[in-house]
Design a binder for this molecule. Structure first.
Ligand code: ASP
Length: 450
């Protein structure tokens, strides 16, 4: 037991060290290699002859660019993400079937479902309100004239809106096998829940199938642990690569836009969530944040809520004492429909673009944004950059020019990483509250020191 505990501390610390070390190396690489490579190629274009030194430098730059940044870091980082993604569909499916079947009767499942949905919708609406308020104070788009910015083709062709009827109908899979093959999370959740409920209903008659799912679930958990063992290396490579490509030359309005998003995300994560956690459960919010940090670090480095599902469920069970019966249902659901961080970015973006285009938003407009951003959060898939696509739907709802998204796109990656960390924190907080209310939280585990 003691040994196991030691190993856990090691992994958490290692992920944290990897995050910091990766960021430092990335910044060094950006200014030492990436920027200098650009400079050297500019100088060489105008130079009449090649100096001996340049040749050596070029070889060094080439080595770092091709072999380190776009070689080792890319392959190891992406390989790690693929490893986590590989787990998602089978893990979510089996753990949901097991979760639903062990919850026994549909009444409990219904109770958990209604409570969870209630918290998910409430926190998303609060998130948009926080975003709109923060952005209105910081005024990121003032003094900016965006009329000159050209529209980006990818944004223009993005689907302009989400039809409510279609979104609802899309939950029911026409073909469950293709839903599984294509990773359609809502459809998978729907189908898995039905299978789980029926397994519980037929009980002894389907014992073999129930056992199969339980054992398959154990196998997936073991596989998760194996992939997680390489998390520090994966996180290090991902962060180094991202930071090696980031410069600090963003214009002031964009810096203000980013600051507004960061501040609103901070308020949501440290204020709103921790306040709700304390009010509804009386648990220590500081302890929660400390124990939850590795999951946030993982979400940050991958910018993918979906890939974070296994680690989130594991952490909630082992460190917070949340029963898997609850989390195996609420976490995949949350990673699919509850994107508070994403809706915060969308709220700030609305104010930013409205100011830049001198569009006056009325109170009705702002309320419309709260509703459409909440709906957009449901429609945003838990993978990188999708929040930008669903942002078009929010812009359309209040008549803002979609072209405005073009400016935000260039700096979205770092925001995507941060908002993903908030997205999954929201899922975990709501899950902990629901678990506590349903008597499925082991407070002794939560209170244990790390
Ligand atoms: N990357 C986000 C997530 O996975 C979605 C988004 O905002 O683009 O939660």
């Amino acid at each position: 037991m003691q040994n196991k505990e030691k190993k856990k501390i090691g992994l958490t610390t290692l992920i944290f060290i990897a995050l910091i070390a990766g960021a430092i190396l990335g910044v060094v690489l950006h200014y030492g290699i990436v920027e200098n490579t650009k400079l050297l190629s500019v100088v060489n274009k105008s130079a009449k002859y090649d100096k001996g030194n340049d040749h050596v430098l070029r070889m060094i730059y080439k080595f770092f660019n091709d072999f380190v940044i776009n070689g080792v870091f890319l392959v190891v980082g992406q390989g790690f993400i693929r490893g986590m993604k590989m787990l998602v569909v089978p893990l979510v499916f089996t753990s949901l079937v097991c979760g639903a079947s062990s919850m026994g009767d549909t009444k409990t499942l219904g109770k958990v479902g209604v409570k969870t949905m209630g918290f998910y919708i409430m926190t998303t609406m609060m998130a948009v309100a926080v975003a709109l308020t923060t952005a209105s104070i910081i005024n990121p788009g003032k003094n900016l004239n965006m009329s000159a910015i050209k529209a980006d083709a990818t944004v223009k062709t993005a689907k302009g809106g989400v039809n409510v009827a279609e979104t609802l109908l899309n939950i029911i899979p026409e073909n469950p096998v293709s839903a599984l093959a294509n990773g359609e999370m809502l459809q998978i959740i729907f189908f898995a829940l039905l299978i789980g409920i029926i397994l519980a209903k037929l009980s002894d008659k389907v014992q073999i199938v129930t056992n199969f799912f339980t054992q398959f679930n154990d196998i997936m958990m073991e596989l998760t642990m194996m992939v997680m063992a390489v998390a520090p290396v994966g996180v290090f490579c991902l962060i180094s690569k991202t930071f090696s490509q980031l410069g600090f030359s963003a214009m002031l309005p964009m810096v203000k836009y980013m600051a507004a998003v960061f501040i609103a995300l901070g308020i949501q994560c440290l204020g709103v969530y921790q306040g709700l956690l304390f009010v509804f459960t009386r648990l220590n919010p500081f302890k929660f944040i400390k124990k939850f940090f590795p999951v946030q670090a993982f979400a940050f480095s991958t910018a993918t809520s979906n890939a974070t599902i296994p680690l989130n469920i594991d952490t909630l069970e082992e460190k917070m004492g949340v029963s898997r019966k609850i989390s195996s249902f609420t976490i995949p659901l949350g990673a699919t429909i509850n994107m508070d961080g994403t809706s915060i970015m969308q709220g700030v973006a609305v104010i930013f673009v409205a100011q830049a285009y001198h569009v006056n938003l009325t109170l009705v407009d702002l309320i419309t944004v709260i509703f459409t951003a909440t709906l957009a959060s449901v429609g945003t898939a838990g993978i990188p950059s999708v929040g930008l696509v669903t942002l078009t739907m929010v812009f359309n709802s209040v008549g803002l020019p979609v072209e405005g998204i073009a400016l935000i796109m260039g700096i979205d990656r770092i925001l995507d990483m941060t908002r993903t960390a908030v997205n999954i924190t929201g899922d975990a907080v709501c899950t902990t509250i629901v678990a506590k209310q349903c008597g499925e939280l082991n407070q002794e585990v939560f209170n244990q020191m790390e």
